[in-house]
Write a protein that binds this ligand. Structure first.
Ligand SMILES: Nc1nc2c(ncn2[C@@H]2O[C@H](COP(=O)(O)OP(=O)(O)OP(=O)(O)O)[C@@H](O)[C@H]2O)c(=O)[nH]1
Ligand SMILES: [Mg+2]
Length: 388
């Protein structure tokens, strides 16, 4: 299946010309394929948008070829370096030392590589990484990683250094889903999905757009707003104790709430269905198990009443904060008390927002959520055509 990719070239001097060209190309696609359902992934940086695109490739396109996998080895090794470098270099600021002083040459070796990494990812390099990752002081720095910036897949890859170091290493699907590469342009993936018999049957074309979520990327979003049927808004729920990479004074979950409010209020997106993916449930659950509490960052949690264990209450509280956004400012009324569906009235027109708890790295979870969401979107489109 064709997967055209548009990149906003980094460092381009004529940014405006470049963005006009992208605009023209996107309009051209929209004209020539107007029968496809168009989905747009939005959310802050590292919320999991590109991971969803990868899952669509696994579930609905032909998956990853051997050459796709080979191409990613370098990025995975780079993820390992970024992880060990960031964990180790922040130790002095956290008042931490190596527990085993014989690891000092390894620390110096990794620091000498600098943030860009070694000239070669050879045996000697991986030996140093392994020694450091086993050190208790390094582990303590890792445990406190919400006090600095660290990629989410650090532990996953550092636990697999032996495997990644092998000369015949070829990444698995799970490795590819964990590999972190920031998006700096607009990507589009096309795929076909069978429509359930209960919904007319046949095959449905999908176009899914992925954008970069960091602040500097968001000005490009408007280029893809036209003709979008549904927005999938990704939220990294485990972000509650982390600061924004682009602005250390801002809490990441607060940034997601503010961005969600902008998207919900955007006059360009009033016609689009909105589905919120409350993502990174696995990481959220881990944090709660480690004894972290969202109340430290969102004191309103102390007043929040809900049944269940600490993790269930935390995720319901996060959902309630996003659901509240959909009832704010304009005069809106909550029409449904169903746990997953909030319908609000805007004039005579009902506007719905659906919520799903997700773990984007889990293919089975995404497949199940996609089935649900597909039905919701079809119903919305058919009802706007007067079919349902
Ligand atoms: N454990 C876990 N990791 C996740 C989950 N979703 C995404 N990740 C990881 O989080 C990192 C960031 O995910 P991306 O999909 O690159 O995030 P993004 O929203 O595309 O980020 P930008 O391109 O910067 O806007 C990747 O390393 C993913 O593997 C999840 O549900 N659980
Ligand atoms: Mg991305």
């Amino acid at each position: 299946m064709k997967m055209p990719i548009l990149k906003c070239r980094k460092g381009e001097t004529d940014d405006e010309e470049n963005s006009k060209e992208i605009d023209r190309e996107i309009k051209q696609w929209i004209k020539s394929y107007n029968e496809a359902i168009k989905l747009l992934l939005l959310g802050t940086g590292e919320s999991g948008k590109t991971t969803i695109i990868k899952q669509m490739k696994i579930l609905h396109v032909q998956g990853f070829s051997a050459s796709d996998r080979a191409e990613k080895i370098q990025f995975i090794r780079q993820n390992i370096h970024e992880s060990i470098y960031d964990i180790t270099s922040h130790m002095p600021a956290l008042g931490l030392e190596l527990q085993n002083f014989s690891n000092e040459p390894s620390r110096q070796y990794i620091m000498r590589c600098g943030p860009q990494g070694p000239a070669e990812f050879d045996e000697e390099y991986f030996d140093h990484v392994l020694k450091l990752w086993r050190d208790g002081g390094v582990k303590e720095s890792f445990r406190r990683n919400n006090e600095y910036q660290l990629i989410d897949s650090a532990e996953y890859f550092l636990d697999r250094v032996d495997l990644v170091a092998r000369p015949d290493y070829l990444p698995s699907d799970a490795d590819l889903l964990r590999c972190r590469q920031k998006t700096t342009g607009i990507q589009k993936i096309e795929f076909k999905v069978k429509v359930p018999k209960s919904m007319q049957g046949g095959v449905q074309d999908f176009w899914m757009f992925d954008v970069g979520g960091q602040r500097g990327e968001r000005k490009k979003w408007i280029q893809v707003f036209e003709g979008i049927h549904a927005i999938w808004f990704l939220v990294a729920c485990s972000d509650f104790d982390q600061r924004l990479r682009e602005d250390l004074s801002q809490n990441r979950l607060k940034e997601a709430l503010e961005l969600f409010e902008d998207v919900w209020q955007s006059r360009f997106l009033l016609e689009a269905g909105l589905i919120v993916f409350l993502n990174k449930q696995d990481l959220l659950e881990n944090k709660i198990k480690q004894g972290k509490s969202i109340a430290t960052y969102f004191p309103e949690y102390n007043e929040y009443k809900a049944a269940g264990d600490e993790y269930s209450r935390t995720r319901l509280f996060i959902r309630s904060m996003f659901a509240d956004v959909t009832t704010r400012k304009r005069e809106r009324k909550k029409m449904s008390t169903s746990a997953e569906k909030f319908i609000v009235l805007e004039g005579n027109k009902p506007r719905e927002c659906f919520f799903h708890f997700t773990t984007a790295t889990d293919t089975n979870n995404v497949a199940a959520v996609f089935r649900d969401v597909h039905q919701i979107i079809l119903k919305q489109i058919f009802s706007s055509m007067g079919i349902f």
